[in-house]
Design a protein around this ligand. Structure first.
Ligand code: MLT
Length: 313
């Protein structure tokens, strides 16, 4: 098996893949632009953030499996892969706790304005009055949009903080909500209307693009918190900016529309950055999650070697 790894992967995973008989090219510095030239002799391509375009897939004449070392597969041109009969596998659930932890971090940071306060301290400014009022979380309603593994993990931490947790997702039923100990919301607007904190955990796709838009923001309470650790395109950025200005919505974001690639340095929406608490799409970036993902990648390659079929997707 010729395996091209185009993003970081742990040393132990590289050793394990070699032990499976794979011949490894480890090139974690490759960009999406480099990938079409690099992929020609690879049978298996492993990526995390590097985008896999239709061109890359066309040029990968020997490709039979693409593994996304993460949960979402929106960085891969699935149409082209499927038209060429190339399998695409992901690692669902393996970074759920890491992303949930960051979602909670952003919620607290947005409520307490931790980033703004730090910036003032760095300028030598002490401003206890300005930062002296926050909503607090205990007894407040945390509404989860999207109850996959990350949404459920976030709900559990919210409960541990004493929050009342409600949820909406397309497939959520009253029975499931009861089983997971969350309040069932029959519509996304209803879910938004009761939220003190709205935490978004949706996969990217045509049906979720800009799902969190004007209608949802209009339903939210003034001054409520919105956190997105899922995919940037799920939130309509223009509508969010408007809601921040007109309703005092406090936003904590880890993902953005037109997000830079992993190796790019330019963040183009400084306007938005000035209005939010933000991180750099690092939800899954903990040692624990990286190890869990790396082990899953090895498991997928092993299963593929033995059966010709991918796990997942
Ligand atoms: C995921 O899809 O699991 C994450 O977004 C991974 C990443 O950091 O790119």
């Amino acid at each position: 098996m010729n395996v091209l790894i185009a993003d970081k992967l742990s040393d132990s995973a590289l050793t394990d893949l070699k032990a499976l008989g794979a011949s490894i090219r480890f090139e974690p510095g490759l960009t999406a632009k480099d990938l079409p030239d690099a992929v020609s002799d690879a049978e298996i391509l492993i990526v995390r953030s590097t985008k896999v375009s239709a061109d890359t897939i066309k040029r990968g004449e020997n490709l039979s499996l693409i593994i996304r070392a993460g949960a979402g597969v929106n960085t891969i041109d699935l149409e082209e892969a499927s038209s060429r009969g190339i399998h695409v596998a992901n690692c669902p659930g393996k970074n759920a706790d890491a992303v949930a932890e960051l979602a909670i971090g952003l919620i607290i940071a947005a409520d307490r304005r931790i980033a703004d306060g730090t910036m003032d301290l760095r300028q030598g400014v002490w401003n206890k009055k300005l930062y002296g009022s926050a909503s607090g979380l205990k007894g407040r309603t945390l509404t989860i949009i999207g109850m996959g593994s990350i949404g459920r993990a976030t709900a559990e931490i919210g409960k541990a903080l004493g929050m009342r947790v409600a949820a909406w997702s397309r497939s959520l039923t009253e029975e499931k909500a009861k089983e997971w100990g969350v309040v069932y919301c029959s519509s996304i607007e209803k879910a938004a209307s009761i939220a003190d904190v709205l935490s978004i955990h949706l996969a990217a796709g045509k049906d979720t693009t800009h799902l969190i838009g004007k209608k949802v923001f209009d339903s939210m309470k003034n001054g409520a918190i919105l956190v997105n650790t899922s995919r940037g395109e799920v939130v309509d950025t223009a509508a969010l900016k408007e809601a921040i200005k007109s309703k005092g919505i406090k936003a904590g974001l880890d993902v953005y529309e037109n997000e830079p690639g992993a190796t790019e340095k330019d963040f183009k929406d400084a306007d938005l950055a000035a209005m939010i608490t933000g991180t750099h799409h690092i939800g899954a970036s903990t040692d624990q999650a990286s190890e869990a993902i790396a082990s899953e990648v090895v498991r997928i390659v092993e299963a593929y070697r033995d059966s010709g079929k991918p796990l997942h997707q």
